[in-house]
Ligand binder design. Structure first.
Ligand code: SF4
Length: 115
């Protein structure tokens, strides 16, 4: 089974829009639903914090401390699709930075349950 680290948008999660990261991404990964074409094992869930500077170091630290390197990093559907979007970086820009810094493929989106 592939391993995945998920990155959620902390601003969205903290805003009380019904998804503090409690199940949507996790269920989609476990069941192989939404943007996951097969079941994945979630080995990290990292919360981005505005303005986003800490997310790559925190991801890297999670890989180091857990001694686990995921096959993919996924940007959560709320991070990718929320409106208005992130004022600091486009999801594609964030993904490119993460790929460059970690050497791990970054995929946009996790679940397709209602946002
Ligand atoms: S920097 Fe962007 S993606 Fe990160 S928590 Fe803030 S709004 Fe969300």
């Amino acid at each position: 089974m592939k391993k995945v680290a998920i990155v959620g948008c902390g601003a969205y999660m903290d805003s009380g829009y019904g998804c503090p990261g409690e199940w949507r991404c996790l269920k989609a990964a476990a069941m192989g639903e939404g943007k996951f074409e097969e079941p994945y094992q979630v080995v990290a869930f990292v919360k981005c914090e505005c303005p986003g500077r800490s997310v790559v170091p925190n991801l890297s630290m999670s890989f180091k401390l857990s001694e686990t390197k995921p096959d993919e990093i996924r940007l959560s559907s709320c991070l990718v699709n929320s409106k208005p979007g992130c004022p600091y970086a486009k999801p594609e820009e964030l993904a490119a930075i993460m790929e460059k810094k970690t050497g791990i493929k970054v995929v946009l989106g996790t679940h397709e349950y209602h946002l």
